[in-house]
Design a protein. Structure first.
Length: 543
């Protein structure tokens, strides 16, 4: 068959560095799937629902970022309903700065511009709907425009701060003749903001005068690969380091200066607030990283972020618009290491003792043992992907990410992230990967068990079956004394897994570590069901 527009799209993606495409076919996108079918060197991972396809691509991209590889991940969705279903998951990618390139098919060219000619799946302005969610929107109207538009979109996705971008290609362009030469080379470079020397000088001067500095490390530290630079800065300043949910793994968990990730604990909030200089790296000090906006810094705040819109969004700051690693290296060069006097280490030890004491005063032994069992079951280097569930909220605070990366839907907080993201992470890493969901979140992704089997992915899915939306039950009861709308009828998850040909075991807290470890050690997909209602530690903020 002669080359068609879909071939040009695939050639461009290959030339830009893509080797894996996630997608779900639809009538208008068939030209692109035909091109993918006959393309060499491209793995196509399909899905069953568009929002799950995007979550899978998100998990894949996060793992590629962690490995330092080409992280821009193409996603193919069809027009109208398919495109709209992708948007909720793209909100997560946008808020978590994950570089995705969505190729959304469109109605034929004659139906563009709001013509309302009655084409199947036609929307008045499909790209306009996406524009409020993604980083940038790009449109193709002829096959000649494909290379330039895709290069522009790719550059947008991989420019710091990363994010998802949206490219629309009409059906007749995808299926029509390719009247352009074969695309073998295509250049698209991302841009990286770097703070100027005068701002770095000013920030260094503030830090030189600090007596009790504290560092809050966000997701920008991880995305920029600034872990080594952060360690050098913290040890130079003798500053305690708190990691946000997105910043898991930014700083060694067991380091004497590591105040870990108890961002919902009052003691951690007070540590951050009492710093005479609070250094915020790659975080906008949003709801989750500021203990639901209860943080009120009493000292100076130095904030470094690649997203200029986050600088000073919640507090007055000395703002450095910069890639985190570049800025931290610049600060380290300008600072002289301080003597080790043990004061910062004592502050950290005292903080963690207060956290343990607060937990000990609550009846949470089972919850703490369950999380510890899951952590102990993971092999070194294994990845976990967490849904919005009670155990996931525990992990936000208590999970040690050293040697066991953790991904979660902390950006937008949508349900259903865990399992499909784990599938994508397994495509990227080869596995094993652990997914953790509650029974409510698991219902969003049951269809993707078919993908796990079809692709032979090494993913173990832990489903904590507590009979409802557990975290919402906890929050509602804390605020109103009663909950409504959160109790759920659910299936026999082990039986459902068996219907897909997936191994499944029903576990209990006392044997959870062995059951999860056993499934992770076996190739291919597996499911572990834990029927248990877990409680959340008492929040130190108004729910």
């Amino acid at each position: 068959m002669s080359r068609i527009g879909g071939d040009v799209v695939v050639e461009c993606l290959r030339a830009l560095g893509a080797d894996t495409v996630f997608g779900l076919p639809g009538q208008h996108a068939l030209g692109l799937f035909e091109a993918l079918r006959r393309a060499a060197g491209v793995r196509v991972v399909s899905g069953r629902v568009e929002n799950n396809v995007v979550f899978a691509a998100d998990g894949f991209a996060r793992e590629r970022l962690a490995a330092g590889g080409c992280a821009v991940t193409p996603v193919v969705v069809s027009t109208g309903p398919g495109a709209l279903l992708a948007l909720s998951s793209l909100q997560e990618a946008r808020e978590s700065s994950v570089p995705l390139l969505v190729v959304a098919s469109q109605v034929p060219v004659a139906g563009l511009g709001g013509a309302r000619r009655g084409f199947l799946h036609e929307l008045p302005d499909q790209g306009g709907v996406a524009a409020g969610v993604v980083k940038s929107v790009h449109r193709v109207r002829s096959v000649e425009q494909v290379p330039g538009v895709l290069a522009q979109a790719w550059s947008s996705a991989c420019s710091v701060p990363f994010g998802p971008v949206w490219v629309e290609v009409p059906q007749d362009v995808l299926a029509g003749p390719a009247v352009v030469p074969v695309v073998e080379e295509l250049c698209a470079a991302g841009s990286v903001p770097v703070a100027g020397g005068s701002l770095l000088d000013a920030a260094a001067e503030v830090l030189r005068g600090a007596v009790s500095p504290v560092v809050l490390a966000g997701g920008g530290v991880v995305r920029s690969g600034a872990q080594a630079s952060l360690l050098e800065l913290a040890e130079s300043l003798r500053a305690p380091v708190v990691c946000t949910v997105g910043g898991k793994g930014a700083f060694p968990w067991g380091h004497p200066l590591s105040a870990q990730s108890w961002v919902e604990d009052a003691a951690t909030t007070e540590l951050l607030a009492s710093a005479d200089v609070l250094v915020v790296l790659g975080s906008g000090l949003g709801e989750l990283s500021s203990n639901y906006h209860s943080l009120r810094p009493r000292g100076r705040v130095v904030q470094v972020d690649a997203d200029v819109g986050r600088l000073g969004a919640n507090h007055r700051v000395l703002g450095l618009h910069s890639d985190v690693d570049a800025a931290v290296r610049g600060l380290v060069e300008r600072l002289s290491p301080r003597a080790v006097d043990g004061r910062a280490e004592a502050v950290v030890a005292g903080l963690l003792a207060r956290v343990r004491g607060r937990l000990d005063a609550q009846d949470l032994g089972v919850e703490r043992r369950v999380l510890a069992a899951v952590r102990e079951a993971l092999p070194v280097g294994a990845v976990s992907c967490w849904d919005m569930t009670v155990l996931g909220y525990w992990a936000w605070s208590a999970w040690d990410a050293d040697g066991a990366r953790m991904h979660s839907a902390q950006g937008a907080g949508g349900l259903g992230f865990g399992f499909p993201a784990a599938l994508g992470a397994a495509v990227a890493s080869g596995g094993p990967v652990l997914a953790v969901s509650g029974d409510g979140g698991a219902m969003y992704g049951l269809a993707e068990l078919a993908v796990a089997v079809q692709e032979g992915l090494d993913v173990t899915w832990l489903i904590v079956d507590d009979g409802g939306y557990g975290i919402l039950r906890e929050y509602a009861q804390a605020r109103f004394g009663v909950s409504a709308g959160v109790e759920l009828v659910r299936p026999d998850f082990a039986a459902v897994a068996g219907a897909f040909g997936v191994r499944a075991v029903v576990s209990a807290p006392e044997r959870l570590r062995e059951d999860v470890a056993a499934e992770l050690s076996r190739p291919g997909p597996g499911v572990v069901v834990l029927p248990r209602r877990l409680g959340m530690f008492a929040a130190s903020h108004p729910v």
